[in-house]
Every structure is written in C-alpha cells, then in structure tokens.
Design a protein around this ligand. Structure first.
Ligand SMILES: [Zn+2]
Ligand SMILES: [Zn+2]
Length: 203
C-alpha cells in the first residue's frame, strides 16, 4: 500500500511523503504506514483525512473533551444577568432562556448544564497599534522617534472611542456553569419540575 521513494516512503492513500531526513532513519516507512490510520481504533481513517482520527473516533474524542471541560467548570447561580450558552446558542437575558426552554418537551432532552459566557470588550492600545504599523520596512529605532506625550494623548482618544462604541462580544467560557435543573425550579417551569427534582436528588 505504501510506496518506496529514494528519500523515504509515501502514503499509498493520500500521497504524503515521509522522508528519512525528517522522520529519522528507519522511521519513514512506519510513519507512512500510520499516515491514514486512526490512532485510536487502528482502522483506516477513510474520508476523514484532514483529521487525526476517523470520524467515529473524532466524535468520541470531542464528546469526551466536552465532558471533561464541563466537569472542570465551577457551578454558579444564575442571576438573570449572566450570558449563558448551550454550545450553539447564546442567551442574553431571561426571555432568551424561556424561548430556549420552549423548544424542549421533556426534561430528559435538556442538557445538564449551560455554560457561562466570557465577555470581550473592545480595547485599543497605542503601543500595539504602532508595533503593527512599524513593519520591517522601517528602521529599528523608528519607534523611538514617536513622542510619549503624543502617544498618551492618542491613548486617551482611543479609550474614548472604545467606551463610546460599546462593543460587547461573548464567547463560550471555560470557567463557570449553571445547573439547568436549578433553573427549572427557580423559574417554575412546571412541565420539567418532576425531572429536575429527580435529577437534583440523584446528584
Ligand atoms: Zn496518508
Ligand atoms: Zn478510529
């Protein structure tokens, strides 16, 4: 299946070359053999060539990773102001949460946790802007020709710009989580109440 080349071996599946120089002497053949094989199950990766694993093992890997990350998050109480996410959608307020709950019929179909999202505000820093602007075309001491007083004035203007722009972006956070069962009880979602009580009793 693998093809011998003058300087190493080539994977017969995807054509990637493994040279003795890069892999180390005697290891190029092994590298070419392993190239399109899933390291987890040892079967051919099939059409999943861009990934390290076959599609089945990729799913298992990310499910496990997601589970471990969730376990590490610390539980916090929802105060109505946190931005939450189920991994797909973001809930910016209580109305958003209610709408999300409405999509479900059974408590069992709900995830156990929602994650607390991290907030990113816009910030601009004169030093990093200058660093980007002073490319290789400029001489090495070019930055020193800019007066600190001028930089400070620009920084004040940049801070003002960011404050007025009110840019708020959120992304899934890795630190905190909120219990869905506790949300159900706190918001009197009677259709899920029995399931939520059972889940919390079973903890
Ligand atoms: Zn390959
Ligand atoms: Zn696999």
């Amino acid at each position: 299946m693998n093809i011998k080349e003058s300087n190493g071996w080539k994977c017969g599946e995807c054509g990637t070359s493994y040279t003795h120089r890069v892999e180390g002497s005697g290891k190029a053949k092994e590298a070419a053999e392993k190239c399109c094989i899933c390291p987890d199950c040892g079967k051919p990766k099939g059409h999943n060539m861009g990934d390290k694993r076959c599609s089945k093992c990729t799913d298992i890997y990310f499910a496990k990773l997601g589970h471990e990350r969730m376990k590490k998050r610390i539980e916090v109480e929802y105060d109505g102001r946190l931005v939450l996410s189920d991994g797909n959608d973001f809930f910016y307020d209580e109305d958003g949460l209610y709408e999300w709950f409405d999509k479900y019929e059974w408590f069992e179909d709900l995830p156990e946790w929602l994650t607390v999202c991290g907030r990113h505000d816009l910030s601009l820093d004169i030093d990093s802007i200058l660093e980007n602007a002073l490319t290789d075309e400029h001489h090495e001491e070019a930055g020193e020709q800019i007066c600190n007083e001028d930089k400070a004035k620009v920084q004040v203007a940049l801070d003002e710009l960011c404050k007025n722009a009110k840019v708020e972006s959120y992304s899934e956070g890795y630190k905190h989580k909120v219990s869905v069962a506790k949300l159900v009880l706190a918001y009197n979602l009677t259709q899920f109440e029995d399931g939520a009580k059972e889940a919390l009793a079973g903890e």
